[in-house]
Design a protein around this ligand. Sequence first.
Ligand code: C5P
Length: 242
Amino acid sequence: MDFEAARQRLIVALDVSSRRDALRLADRLIEVVGCFKIGLQAFTSQGPALVKELTDRGGRVFLDLKMHDIPNTVAAGVEAAAGLGIEFLTIHTLGGPAMLKAARSGADRSGNARLKLLGVTVLTSLDASELASVGLPTDVRVLAPRLAKLAQSAGLDGIVCSPQDLAHLPKQDQGGFLRVTPGVRPAGAASQDQLRAATPEVAIRAGATHLVVGRPILQSHDPKEAAVQIVEAIRHARMEVK
Ligand code: C5P
């Protein structure tokens, strides 16, 4: 795999509060990363205008809105988001099969053929006691594969899960089904609040197709170089798994 192909697999979480910081980072990173993730904070404060400013620069956008509502509302929300020209959008698999299928229909109706719908499986912030308190199976090794299967059978394009969950997913859904993992830390980097972090190499070897990385790049003294190092790690690890 060459650098160009490897960089398409690196998604940078633009977790900054101001439009100016987001665009400055995007300008520094646009040549070396594949996509920029806009989350609830940036989207709520800056709105679709920030998405447009990024796409106008040639940036690809991952809109991390983790939609979860009744099917009709989600279908309409997905269609509206797809109209912003984004590349990835997240939906909570816990919304159930009807909602996931409605999300698929909304995406198909939108005419944005590049859009990939990703199902969020189990939030890494949910431990066994949190899962029990909402009445869900407490074993992530049971729950994560179940939700991944649900996402796939509803026609989603992939899932978001922790690198650790990848080991519990059935091998047969590898083909074409995306596995996007946050919680990635280069060897030697501070793990911060990511309790179960994995290096880029470990995540790719475990079956991740795309990595979401925020602070190790954003807080580096040289964000571009930090991103290049992660792309190189992806490139090497992909050559091993191919
Ligand atoms: O800075 P860091 O690399 O930890 O950023 C990871 C990004 O992935 C953040 O935007 C965070 O919200 C997101 N994320 C995560 N863990 C999840 C789901 C999303 O870290 N389970």
